[in-house]
Design a protein around this ligand. Structure first.
Ligand SMILES: Nc1nc2c([nH]c(=O)n2[C@H]2C[C@H](O)[C@@H](COP(=O)(O)OP(=O)(O)OP(=O)(O)O)O2)c(=O)[nH]1
Ligand SMILES: [Mg+2]
Length: 309
């Protein structure tokens, strides 16, 4: 097995909120595809220092390495090499970016990201950029109470809402999901449901049992597909099926599942480091844990409490 190449890469945003892409030269590995600027971490260098050096060498810009935020780590095996892409968000830089190695650059809107062709390892990075940092999960409510919950959750900073309404029939849940999607245009509304009931809704979340029963994601092409994971085996299945993201729980003791033993933050960090998928911390966590979650390599947090009145 050849050595893993550790790569520091950057999702660089300018003041207008545009994202910088660079085109890899035809003769490079994964040539002719778009990339997030960066390069190999050298011996004795921290990843953030490597990032600052690469951005200076490739783009002629200066960054403060400590002002960057971890976005995602992607371990990926190409047939000819294994890489670990260590991707950071960069929101501040000085100088004007230009292709110092002759590579074309492009500032794009996030909404255009899916129009570009990237190396296969970049799919989780694209997802991480498109997904929010927080997901509010609905408690069991009467159907007419969900829009109040969503209004409050959005005010409290929720970036997406997961409809989890197991006390309602599949048909009731589907009509609720349909009505709420129409009422909250532009909101990522995720339906926690079964493979069979999922119909054609835009975003489906599976329990870990349902995840283990799924063979492939062909029926979910072009839609968000995610799952709840509690173990390394389940995470591997989610990765094998090419899911878009997962929740990992319970990170801490939680009133809703008092018998489940918590993973703790060290185990959360370890499990996250083994997968390329974006991971939300779930179970006994709140927005107050967001910074800790992101430093531990997570995408963000998912929670019920903390998003209610
Ligand atoms: N910088 C960067 N590399 C990526 C991305 N996606 C992806 O698979 N890679 C791979 C391609 C390369 O095999 C490896 C690192 O590329 P690199 O820019 O450091 O190295 P290079 O191929 O330019 O070669 P070198 O001349 O710097 O030695 O990571 C990405 O988005 N950005
Ligand atoms: Mg490079």
């Amino acid at each position: 097995m050849s050595k893993v190449i550790h790569v520091a890469a950057a999702a660089i945003f300018n003041e207008s909120g545009e994202l910088l892409l660079a085109l890899r030269h035809q003769k490079q590995h994964q040539g002719g595809l778009w990339e997030f600027p960066g390069g190999k971490v050298e011996a004795g260098e921290t990843v953030r220092d490597a990032l600052a050096r690469e951005l200076q060498e490739e783009l002629g810009i200066e960054i403060d390495p400590l002002a960057t935020t971890p976005l995602i780590q992607v371990p990926y095996h190409y047939p000819d090499k294994s890489v670990l892409l260590d991707v950071y968000r960069v929101n501040r830089f000085s100088g004007e970016a230009y292709g110092r190695e002759g590579q074309p650059l492009k500032w794009i809107q996030l909404s255009e990201l899916t129009d570009y062709h990237f190396p296969a390892a970049n799919q989780p990075i694209v997802n991480a950029l498109l997904l929010p940092a927080t997901i509010a999960i609905t408690p069991a409510l009467a159907p007419q109470e969900y829009s109040d919950f969503i209004d409050t959750a959005l005010l409290k900073g929720a970036g997406a809402v997961m409809l989890r309404a197991k006390h309602l029939s599949d048909a009731e849940q589907l009509s609720l999901y349909t009505a709420l999607s129409a009422a909250y245009e532009g909101l990522l509304l995720i339906w926690n449901t079964s493979i069979e009931a999922a119909n054609t809704v835009a975003s489906v979340h599976l329990s870990s049992d349902r995840l283990m029963q799924l063979d492939n994601r062909a029926d979910f092409k072009g839609r968000w597909l995610s799952a709840s994971c509690h173990s390394s085996e389940q995470i591997k299945q989610a990765e094998r099926l090419g899911l878009d993201y997962i929740t990992l729980s319970p990170v801490q003791q939680t009133a809703s599942h008092p018998d489940a033993s918590p993973l703790g933050w060290d185990e959360f960090r370890r499990l996250v480091s083994e997968t390329r998928l974006p991971v939300y911390a779930l179970g006994g966590v709140s927005v107050d844990d967001l910074e800790k979650t992101i430093e531990a390599g997570g995408q963000g947090i998912a929670a019920i409490s903390g998003f209610r009145c």
